[in-house]
Design a protein around this ligand. Structure first.
Ligand SMILES: [Zn+2]
Length: 285
């Protein structure tokens, strides 16, 4: 775990994962989503996505940006991550490796914020972006659209954040009410955190994965991998969903208000992966 600071001084960390042999290829920055952490990519399996990258010779760096549950919780927006976190992370990895370019694998809200930074011209050293689950154009199921536009603002008036960890450990009266509601309406499994994740992030039961694809140790491991997400994020994503593409809040200089009404200021190659069972964000153009 290596500490560094974002461009606004926020302390961040990156995990350099080293295999048995020195890497034979360049650095890959791996970026997690909202309310999780770098370890998201290392479930308790014999061979993870990270192992596959290392086996292929890549030099793997797992970022904890400001949405990481391994950092002190604070309200954040995609703008702050795009303008302050990702450019600093890329510069940190390049300085540490001596490379002049890197590739990135970015997931969920790590993907949206990273793509914002790339399109705005803040990541000129990134030549390839593998974007997972959602990217420049969020497209969500009708139920998710209703929840983010109608339910999230109400929750935001009462709570500064929501946390899937409340499925096991609700903090306070409002959190106990939310957890109780989810227990009553999500009966798909006995894992309280798994059920809270589905309530928080999507419209399925479960929303983000298929139980058939999870062995029991991994399903149980989920309990420790999800925590606080600030309502500031949901407010911004609501605006993005309404617009049909990512939009900035305007609080941070250096980002355009829209990321789609001018040519992208990047020559990186992009690839998007979004599974047909994705019930959080569906696809993008
Ligand atoms: Zn479950």
């Amino acid at each position: 775990m290596r500490p560094f600071t974002a461009r606004d001084g926020r302390p961040l960390t990156v995990v350099h994962v080293q295999g048995r042999h020195p890497p034979t290829r360049g650095p890959v920055l791996v970026v997690h989503g909202a309310g999780v952490r770098a370890e998201l990519f290392r479930p308790p399996l014999p061979r993870t996505f990270v192992d596959a990258l290392i086996d292929a010779g890549w030099d793997v760096w797992l970022l904890n940006w400001r949405a990481s549950i391994d950092l002190d919780p604070m309200p954040w927006t995609l703008d702050q991550a795009a303008a302050h976190d990702h450019p600093a992370a890329v510069e940190h990895v390049l300085a540490a490796t001596g490379a002049d370019r890197l590739k990135a694998v970015v997931h969920c809200q790590g993907s949206t914020s990273f793509v914002m930074a790339a399109v705005a011209g803040l990541l000129p050293q990134v030549d390839t972006v593998v974007s997972n689950a959602v990217s420049l154009h969020p497209v969500v199921p009708a139920v998710s659209r209703f929840k983010i536009s109608k339910v999230a603002p109400v929750v935001g008036r009462v709570l500064p954040h929501i946390s899937p960890a409340w499925g096991d450990r609700p903090e306070g009266f409002a959190a106990r009410c939310v957890a109780g509601f989810v227990r009553a309406t999500h009966r798909e499994c006995r894992n309280g955190v798994c059920r809270m994740v589905s309530f928080t992030y999507g419209s399925g039961r479960p929303a983000l994965w298929s139980h058939a694809n999870l062995d029991e140790p991994t399903h149980d491991w989920i309990r420790g991998e999800f925590a606080e997400v600030p309502m500031t994020f949901f407010a911004q994503m609501d605006a993005c969903v309404r617009a049909g593409h990512l939009v900035a809040t305007g609080e941070v200089e250096g980002l355009p208000p829209s990321f789609t009404d001018r040519a992208p200021r990047t020559d990186a190659r992009f690839a998007l992966f979004a599974g047909e069972d994705n019930r959080c964000f569906l696809a993008e153009s």
